[in-house]
Design a protein around this ligand. Sequence first.
Ligand SMILES: [Zn+2]
Length: 289
Amino acid sequence: MPFINGLNMKSIISAVTCILLISTLSSCSTSTTGRKQVMLFSEQELSKMGAASFDDMKKQIPISTDKPTIDFVQCVADAITANVPKSAHQGEWEVVVFDSEQVNAFALPGGKIGVYTGILNVTETQDQLAAIMGHEVGHVIEHHSNERLSANKLSNIGVAVAAVAIGASDVDNKGLWMAGLGVGLQYGVIMPYSRSHESEADIVGQDLMAKSGFDPKASVKLWQNMDKLNNGAAPPEFMSTHPSNQTRIKQLNQHLAQSMTLYNQENRPQCKKPKVIPKPPAAKNKTKK
Ligand SMILES: [Zn+2]
């Protein structure tokens, strides 16, 4: 029975995958912190995806109507987005406060920012909210969704190639090979991305908040607050287990010396955090029972 051993099979797959990658790569560049990036989608495509996702969320999640809360979030967002390089987004940013107890926030390509009221109970000051927003917008500045989508696309190509190659020889073990390759791609390509993306967004975000007139030291305090939440478990957007809160705090502390040189104290924003952030309607009902 003809049988291609594991080593040969692997080299065939990687050779074919390489050819495919070379023919489909449309962009290879370097991030601010010096990482090599593979980006297969255009900024236009990403902006479209960002806008469509944001529209979906606006339909599905209640939106806050509390003016003091909206004003506070908008004030911080205005200061932060004023310092975003035009290469990351041109034009207006749309900022929405979602009425949800979730401790969460995000930014999407195409100039979209979502802040959940739940996170405003963790951020004690305008500076701490700026640390969150700096981090989120940092993901956009560094094109992380493009990289993440590209990694997914590449892993799909890899799996498809493997299926064709395996189909010709060892049908019985097809499932095993596929799983092996999928896991390999998942941990080898996708997983490390999210780890390094989080670190990069922390660093880029700290610089961005400082440039925008917010005290970069607040980013350290913010992560200490986050760490106290749920016995150290990170809230949704930050849920990837890496880096751990302690690693982040260490890294942010190390980067402070540099971001302090960017701290634009003369133009410190005056965003007033409301004394009370109203609870979402569903949460109000729950507490009544
Ligand atoms: Zn993040």
